[in-house]
Design a protein around this ligand. Structure first.
Ligand code: SAM
Length: 369
């Protein structure tokens, strides 16, 4: 989602952000949402707990097709601009095409993340035909064996790249199609190999690259402070492939904090606007402001038991908004890089709105953006 464009198009948003501290209850458009369609996954990534959770909680996906449609319909009515589908592995859902078609039909920007190993010709075709905006593939290493060791399944790297090439071939045949992005989870094991991966992604026509600092309770999985410090100067060389310049804002500037997993901690009071502009629904149906908060902050409610409208006006959500508006965030928020860019732009817009007295304004670019 291009948050800058949304702010520039909707001149009320900066004023709404400015009012949040005074009236945390005030209506705010849900600009972005993420739905985890399933916990099931065919890979066994070392840094991911979701497949373990899925193995322990076997059963059909709680988020049925009908539920997904009703969630999207409600959110579209609240101003939703972007929906991101993730999992688990979304391509394990047999109704993925219908879900994607429905979301595109609502005029939403539709993005999804996949490990790509199950992207066959049929999947590649419907992702191109239905006007999906971005398909994000997960690639952690340029070398197959190293990637497979992190992903826990031999042959994963090869199958992921086969999926990427199928998407690219289909897009080329059609003359248009989704942007193809790559996510890389930054761990102690791969962070020093990123220059090779950058070369590979560039040589293979990848449109953008997102670097995700690993979220884990295992300190051995996290890069060390020295590794973060070495990464800092490299990142600017990887622009424009690294579209989200989040590491400029956080880890690279604070290697010691990043080594502790405190990716959002800049030594000042934390603020986050996610409870206002974002909704996250997990594969059990729990509704929260963000993916990071799963099991760490109270869910507003559960869509398998209550209507989404009721959940979004529930006491729990109002309490959470009031708490965030007064600067009381959760411990997990210190380790969250999920919305750093959105938060920084929305906050800048609010300051800009209070400074400007003249008519319509355009948010200026900030240094390093
Ligand atoms: C949970 S996965 C689900 C999508 C898909 N199965 C995949 O592997 O890409 C969504 C994204 O989160 C990343 N991810 C998984 N575990 C993570 C962790 N512990 N910290 C940060 N990112 C993680 C994955 O690499 C992927 O890009």
């Amino acid at each position: 989602m291009d948050i800058r464009r949304i702010i520039n198009e909707n001149q009320n948003i900066p004023y709404m952000v400015r009012n949040i501290a005074r009236s945390p209850d005030e209506a705010f458009p849900t600009l972005t949402a993420k739905i985890k369609l399933t916990w099931r996954c065919n890979l066994r990534c070392r840094f991911c707990g979701l497949w373990r959770y899925s193995e322990a909680n076997d059963g059909p996906d709680a988020i049925t097709l009908e539920l997904v449609k009703s969630i999207l319909t409600v959110l579209a009515g609240r101003g939703l601009r972007k929906i991101h589908f993730s999992g688990g592995e979304v391509t394990l859902r047999e109704d993925l095409e219908e879900i994607v078609r429905f979301a595109c039909g609502l005029g939403l920007q539709v993005n999804l993340t996949t490990n790509g190993t199950l992207v066959d010709k049929r999947t590649a075709r419907f992702l191109v035909e239905h006007r999906v905006h971005t398909v994000v593939f997960s690639v952690d290493e340029a070398r197959p064996r190293r990637h497979d060791a992190l992903r826990g399944v031999a042959g994963a790297w090869k199958r992921t790249w086969r999926g990427i090439r199928r998407m690219q071939a289909r897009r080329e045949a059609k003359g248009r199609g989704p942007k193809i992005a790559v996510n890389t989870v930054l761990t102690r094991h791969n962070i020093d190999h990123l220059p090779d991966l950058f070369e590979m992604l560039q040589d293979n026509g990848i449109d953008s690259w997102r670097l995700l600092p690993v979220r884990t309770a295992d300190p051995e999985m996290r890069p060390t402070a020295e590794q973060w410090a070495r990464l800092g100067p490299r990142i600017s060389r990887w622009a424009p492939l690294v579209g989200r310049r989040i590491l400029d804002l956080t880890c690279a500037g604070n290697p010691e904090l990043a080594a502790k997993g405190l990716y959002a901690d800049r030594g000042e009071a934390l603020t986050c606007l996610a409870p206002w502009f974002s909704v996250f629904v997990d594969a059990d149906g729990n509704v929260l402001p963000c993916c990071t908060g799963r099991k760490r902050i109270p869910a507003y409610g559960n869509v398998t038991r209550q209507p989404l409208e009721a959940i979004l006006s529930s006491r729990i959500r109002r309490e959470l908004c009031a708490s965030f508006a007064s600067g009381h965030l959760f411990e997990v928020c210190r380790s969250c890089d999920e919305f750093l860019q959105e938060n920084s732009l929305l906050s800048a817009a609010a300051v800009f709105a209070s400074d400007s007295r003249a008519g319509p304004q355009t948010l200026p670019r900030s240094p390093g953006e």
